[in-house]
Design a protein around this ligand. Structure first.
Ligand code: PLP
Length: 357
């Protein structure tokens, strides 16, 4: 793990080294070796523990009076959870302001994780965020705002993923890396990490869902654009505008921006549950969808064989329940009948529309 200005002990407290496991089911489906980096096992349930944990540590190490620090987030999603989890580990309070539309499940999760307070305010995220900055934080001298993705210390934290993958593979370079893109904090961290490893030419698939494709739209336009809104169910990818840094990295030759539909991301979730016993949200399911469809080689534009190693960053996420998985499978199950048949993968046997039947 690279040294990023904080002690190893502190780092370990906010996030952990996660296993890198080869999935035989996914490898079978994809025709190459698929390795899953299990970021769903982070304390907060997603990779966000790394970047946000690192940003919070950097605030504490720089503060003149660190004991007064109170962290604030306006994310009702995984960024808020990561903030609350890290704050609890570091024994500082964290308050989260979320819009009224935030689901009771996420509020309950934030509270269970140990939030000092969860305040519901405003009709949209914008209103909640403004209320947090202009009202709630005004009353607190020790208040520190924690953004979700656009900060160099967040990228530094997320970059630790790459050195970890490096030594878990005994220094052998993977043939490709797959990750999803919301605001681009994960993607930027990974790109930085690849540079630090001397792996700058590694093919990277930057995955988004239709209706949340802010990176793709910017690359297509040749300039940073803001989407008029988000229509994808993969809400954790729902940043209308990516970080400038992510846009810059996205223009590199080794990066392919790929957009899939919600139904494909949903399929990734229920099949991962049936094949590997892993429950992740749509923002994560989108990363495995291409493996099942056998489109990986085509999309990469490069030949893969049985020995090729592809690492999927299983970013995780808490926006999923047993009920949601089951609903997605009922609603989007037809997508499977459109795919090439491969009934040697366990999840094909449980497919609602009977790939093998
Ligand atoms: C936040 C998040 C993303 C997107 O990360 P960005 O850094 O915003 O690009 C993807 N998947 C999950 C599960 C997330 O929580």
């Amino acid at each position: 793990m690279g040294s990023i200005g904080t002690s190893m002990v502190q780092q370990k407290r906010c996030w952990r080294e996660t296993p890198l496991v080869e999935s035989y089911a996914l490898s079978k489906a994809a025709g190459c070796r698929i390795f899953l980096k299990l970021e769903n096992l982070q304390p907060s349930g997603s990779f966000k523990s790394r970047g946000i944990g690192n940003l919070m540590l950097s605030h504490l190490s720089k503060a003149a009076n660190a004991s007064k620090i109170h962290f604030y987030s306006s994310s009702g999603g995984n960024a808020g959870l990561a903030c609350v989890h890290a704050a609890r580990t570091l024994q500082h309070p964290a308050t989260v302001v979320v819009p009224l539309s935030t689901k009771p499940l996420m509020i309950a999760r934030l509270k269970a994780a140990g939030a000092h307070d969860v305040i519901q305010h405003g009709a949209s995220w914008k209103e909640a965020d403004a209320y947090l900055r202009e009202v709630v934080m005004m009353e607190d001298e020790g208040g520190v705002y924690i953004p979700p993705f656009d900060h160099p210390e967040i990228w530094n934290g997320n970059a630790t993923l790459v050195s970890e993958i490096g030594y878990q593979l005994d220094g052998e370079k993977p043939d490709a890396l797959i990750c999803s893109v919301g605001g681009g904090g994960l993607f930027s961290g990974l790109m930085q990490g690849l540079d630090e490893m001397g792996w700058s030419d590694m093919p990277v698939l930057a995955m988004e869902t239709k209706g949340a494709e802010s990176l793709h739209a910017s690359l297509k336009a040749g300039e940073l654009v803001t989407l008029p809104g988000i229509s994808s169910l993969a809400t954790s990818l729902g940043a209308t505008r990516v970080a400038e840094k992510a846009f810059e990295y996205g223009k590199r030759n080794n990066v392919k921006s790929v957009v899939l539909e919600d139904k494909e991301a949903a399929m990734g979730c229920w099949r991962l549950a049936d094949d590997e016993g892993l429950m992740v949200e749509m923002a994560c399911g989108v990363n495995v969808a291409l493996c099942y469809e056998g489109r990986l080689q085509k999309v990469l534009g490069q030949a893969l064989n049985k020995e090729s190693k592809v690492v999927v960053v299983l970013c995780g996420g808490s926006n999923v329940t047993v009920e949601m998985l089951s609903t997605w499978r009922k609603e989007f199950g037809a997508v499977e009948s459109e795919l090439p048949q491969n009934d040697s993968v366990p999840s094909a046997q449980s497919a609602p529309n009977g790939i093998s039947a």
